[in-house]
Design a protein around this ligand. Structure first.
Ligand code: NDP
Length: 400
């Protein structure tokens, strides 16, 4: 049993807090801290009502390592679960180093003034974490996160050599809003509007944003137009599984979403360059974020499912094999369970499981690691136990 500090009281933070509270024999004391304390208190109220467990709340500006250090010293957690924004990854890792506290996140660092997410900044902490005798687990949401565990599981149980990997991410849900993003709007729009990129024959191929797309068939959902994006797990998976010849990431978008995005882009609302507005510096995308619905507020009346998985082709026993492993998650079911929507749920549950793996010493070694570097089996068992059951299809025709 260990204390845990969750930083970030958004859609994902709420799911992590609720799910940790259900495991009293693993998480002895839960502290939820964020920039706006009232949001922590609302979540704490819901956790108390749904599980009977009291969690503690605190205000913190996680851009400031000294504040995080003070918070860690106050509560003495075994690990910090960082589900604030990618900008806070490095300051929180610095605070963990100073206090010798383990660390976990769900999205890799990106500088605020440049929409460019890469692991290099966080991987550069590996030696320092090793020397401090602490562990950082990077990208432990669904994608990145479960997609890396799925790939490690496929490698362990189904292939001698993985050659082709397509990560396919569909949200076939309808929240009834004209335009909203399912996780932090600023991060989401920065990700989608940057150039697409995939790995092929030892190098990255860059393509214009959303320029490659095709219909992909999703289980229990049907065909949905899916767009090639760069996604951070492609960077770690191609490094950790060097036999991969090609790795791509696909995500579905509805026409209505794309039309809104195009208009917003055309009028400059998705820009991250500050403009002068009546003497005040305003970043258009940050302003847009303030207008859009909070991702955590989308759960009510959200209908339909998400389906995220890995389609893999490779060699086993000298023969070609295909393998598709996926999870489908129902928006209405997770709203019923903990008042969340499926995108926050599919991110928060794996973060809780990753923390559990570390506390149980099943995934624990000093240094900085991605999820696929650990034994996938105990994590896969917990996905089935804690709300994200998975399915597999062997030797079906894949759209390669
Ligand atoms: P939200 O915007 O709903 O929540 C983010 C929270 O972080 C907010 O409560 C915000 O506070 C808080 N925060 C922001 N800046 C600071 C700061 N400086 N100090 C303390 N707290 C801060 O985002 P989501 O919950 O949707 O996403 C959380 C994270 O999960 C993001 O990093 C996102 O990229 C990641 N994610 C990962 C996925 C995966 O599968 N791996 C999928 C989806 C999301 P305030 O309310 O005051 O703004």
């Amino acid at each position: 049993m260990k204390n845990v500090l969750i930083i970030g009281a958004g859609g994902v933070g709420s799911v992590v807090a609720h799910k940790c509270a259900l495991l009293k024999d693993i998480f002895s004391k839960i502290v939820l801290a964020s920039r706006t304390k009232t949001k922590c208190d609302v979540i704490a109220g819901s956790v108390k009502q749904k599980t009977g467990v009291e969690i503690l709340t605190n205000q913190v500006d996680a851009d400031n390592p000294a504040e995080v250090v003070a918070l860690i010293k106050k509560h003495n957690p075994f690990l910090v679960i960082n589900v604030a924004l990618p900008y806070q990854d490095l300051p929180i890792m610095d605070a963990c180093l100073e206090t010798k506290t383990h660390y976990l996140d769900t999205a890799n660092y990106e500088p605020k003034d440049e929409a460019k997410f890469e692991y290099k900044w966080q991987w550069a902490y590996r030696d320092r974490f090793e020397r401090a005798g602490i562990m950082a687990l990077l990208g432990c949401g669904f994608d990145p996160g479960v997609t890396g565990v799925f790939t490690a599981y496929a490698d362990k149980h189904h292939f001698d050599e993985i050659q082709y990997l397509d990560i396919v991410d569909c949200n076939a849900g309808d929240h009834g809003k004209a335009f909203a993003t399912n996780f932090n709007p600023e991060i989401n729009i920065r990700e989608i509007t940057q150039k697409g990129k995939y790995w092929e024959n030892g190098k990255w191929i860059e393509v214009d944003p959303l320029s490659i797309h095709k219909p992909i068939e999703y289980p229990e959902i049907g065909k949905r137009e899916s767009y090639l994006l760069f996604h951070e797990e492609l960077e770690s998976l191609t490094k950790n599984f060097p036999s991969i010849k090609r790795a791509r990431f696909w995500m579905t978008f509805g026409q209505e979403y794309l039309t809104h995005l195009r208009v917003l882009q055309n009028v400059g609302m998705t820009s991250i360059k500050p403009i002068d507005f009546g003497g005040t510096k305003v970043v258009p995308l940050e302003f847009l974020k303030a207008l859009l619905p909070e991702p955590s507020s989308l759960g009510e009346n959200y209908k339909g499912k998400t389906s995220i998985g890995c389609q893999i082709k490779g060699i086993q026993g000298g023969k070609e094999k295909t393998y598709y492993i996926y999870n489908n998650c129902d928006h209405a079911m997770v709203f019923e369970e903990i008042g969340a929507q499926a995108v926050a749920y599919t991110t928060g549950v794996p973060a809780m499981i990753g923390a559990k793996m570390m506390i149980e010493n099943k995934w624990m070694k000093s240094g900085v690691y991605n999820v696929e570097e650990f034994d996938p089996d105990p994590f896969m068992d917990d996905l089935n136990k804690f709300g994200l059951p998975w399915n597999e299809l062997v030797n079906i025709e894949l759209p390669h």
